[in-house]
Design a protein around this ligand. Structure first.
Ligand code: ADP
Length: 167
């Protein structure tokens, strides 16, 4: 597996699958989620609604992942995963690692060879970047997956530098 870093916008990534830092409602939100739905168009939300009407009537649980079309994004699929909200008093790192593992597992079921990840939980969900980067890199490196190309897409130079140091 090749692990690479880019600084940029996840909605512009050409990859088989891009990962969305979703919330459990699957109905959209801010940050990465808002950008993906805005740029990807209504088809993605349409499929999310169907998931909510079916298997995920109670929402997508934290740490799990599910795929939809990527709509107008330059990717084939969006893999939605729900990161944990950071807690200073409770160790939720296993749930964050699970987001990366489960996303790669879903990518395998799709036959996706390249997957682009944002820094899950480091925005609205408040996870400190350095700790999130450590968990992300460890989880991806340890994953048992056929995905050949994993890209971490960091929105700003500071986040890029933190991931670079961890790699
Ligand atoms: P969460 O709710 O899991 O914390 P956010 O979407 O709020 O997710 O933020 C996750 C990370 O993604 C943050 O570091 C944020 O700066 C970054 N981010 C926000 N928009 C984009 C984007 N369009 N492309 C890549 N990263 C983004």
């Amino acid at each position: 597996m090749r692990l690479t870093l880019v600084q940029g916008d996840i909605t512009q990534q050409r990859a088989d699958a891009v990962v969305n830092a979703a919330n459990s409602s699957l109905m959209g939100g801010g940050g990465v989620d808002g950008a993906i739905h805005r740029r990807g168009g209504p088809e993605i939300l349409e499929e999310c609604r169907k998931l909510r009407a079916g298997q995920y009537s109670k929402g997508l649980p934290t740490g799990q992942a599910v795929a939809t079309t990527a709509g107008r994004l330059p990717a084939r699929w969006v893999i939605h995963t729900v990161g944990p909200v950071y807690s200073a008093s409770e160790d939720r790192s296993e749930l964050l690692a699970s987001c990366y593992r489960e996303s790669l597992r879903v990518a395998d079921t799709l036959g996706a060879a390249s997957v682009a990840f944002p820094a899950i939980s480091t925005g609205i969900y408040g996870w400190p970047m350095d700790d999130a980067a450590r968990i992300a890199v460890e989880a991806v490196r340890a994953a048992d997956t056929l995905v050949e190309d994993v890209r971490f897409v960091l929105f700003d130079a500071a986040a890029y530098a933190v991931f670079e140091a961890r790699l």
